[in-house]
Write a protein that binds this ligand. Structure first.
Ligand code: ZN
Length: 380
């Protein structure tokens, strides 16, 4: 009996080991890519050029501060000079975007400095907003997406694709200054809250802060009919984030592009600086909320670039260099490679699959025409 039992035990142990190995292999084959990211926040800063991001303020452009949009243009240029102009490009960019350079570009990665052989661009060939956002959010350029008209996107964004999955359903939200985000995300179809333009946010219980934000949206002077100043959508998104803790959050800032189109360089710089301070606020909030702490990736990029020199105010098909963008990543899965030098070129069409991969989902397999995930930011 004893011998038999021992033999049986050995047999069982051996079988268990074989079974265990088989189960282990099966589990490995099915396991999503190892990742620590459980939440992704995408911040897009409309038309902020790589030139200011990597070289800082262009003192020559500041010498032509543009129209008297907000009082004395020369006085405003002098203030901007004091705040942002330093003797070296490294000091200038640090002064303009201190969070980007002291945190994102040291603990994460930033692509797009042509001076160091790193390229980042849109592939849509149009170099303006709706096609840029759509390319970024769907993962591909579509010739049907060829205007800035506020029309429903015929394509599904990676936000909508993820919201259709049980793990993300009800955990996705988008906030933007520009009212055309309603079209870009296809608000009527997408199934998650999209709050854009001057619309009040009604998708969550009203807090005193939200009530005030909704009132300010309604009452503040409207310089641009299609978008309020950035503080309104930003702080609205923050209220939502605190209350609902979305796993996938989009925030679209617009003032950089608006001020650039009006040719007011000091205000364009101030908008970039404000956007940077919002990144810091977001990151501080992330670290203070257990659901986000150490398991959230922040992705920051514009929707297109702008022209060089006197053409800095504009962008589009006729300004080929306005396809040039930049992109920054910060989170638990992204190795701290910092400012990328001589890196493989990256495109905005890779963002959708990259953010999905960070969340353990294979968007590129589901939508093969989307750009492949950016491997460099996916694993430490
Ligand atoms: Zn734009």
């Amino acid at each position: 009996m004893k011998t038999k039992n021992i033999a049986r035990s050995i047999l069982s142990a051996g079988m268990l080991a074989v079974l265990g190995l088989a189960f282990g292999l099966a589990a490995m084959a099915q396991a999503p890519t190892a990742h620590k990211t459980e939440n992704v926040i995408v911040v897009m800063i409309d038309g902020l050029r790589w030139q200011e991001v990597f070289r800082g303020t262009d003192a020559e452009l500041l010498g032509k501060p543009g129209p008297e949009a907000l009082g004395d243009a020369k006085e405003r240029a002098a203030l901007a000079e004091k705040h942002y102009v330093r003797s070296t490009p490294a000091e200038r960019r640090q002064a303009l975007m201190p969070f980007l350079w002291s945190v994102m570009a040291t603990e994460g990665q930033i692509f797009g400095n042509r001076d160091l052989g790193s390229d980042s661009q849109v592939t849509n060939g149009l170099n303006f907003s709706y096609p840029g956002y759509s390319e970024t959010l769907t993962g591909f350029a579509d010739p049907r997406v060829h205007s800035n008209d506020n029309v429903p996107n015929p394509n599904v964004t990676v936000f909508e694709w993820l919201n259709d999955k049980p793990a993300f359903n009800g955990k996705v939200a988008a906030f933007g200054a520009w009212n055309v985000f309603n079209g870009i995300f296809n608000r009527e179809r997408c199934g998650f809250p999209v709050n854009a333009g001057y619309d009040p946010l009604t998708a969550m219980p009203a807090t005193p802060e939200l009530k005030l934000l909704n009132e300010l949206k309604s009452e503040t002077v409207r310089i641009w009919p299609d978008e309020p100043f950035d503080p309104l959508p930003f702080h609205t998104a923050i209220e939502y984030m605190k209350a609902e803790k979305p796993r996938l959050l989009f925030i679209g800032l617009g003032e950089t592009d608006d001020w650039a189109h009006t040719g007011t360089y000091p205000e364009y710089l101030n908008a970039a600086h404000l956007g940077d301070s919002y990144l810091r606020q977001l990151w501080d909030l992330v670290q203070s909320i257990p659901e986000y702490h150490d398991k959230t990736t922040l992705i920051v990029l514009p929707d297109h670039g702008r022209g060089e020199g006197a053409l800095w105010t504009s962008h589009g098909v006729k300004i080929p260099e306005s396809k040039q963008t930049w992109m920054a990543f910060l989170g638990p899965d992204t190795a701290a490679l910092g400012e990328r030098k001589a890196a493989n070129p990256v495109t905005e069409s890779q963002i959708a699959a990259t953010l999905a991969a960070l969340l353990g989902e294979d968007y590129h397999a589901a939508v093969p025409k989307s750009g492949a995930p950016i491997a460099d930011v996916l694993g430490k």
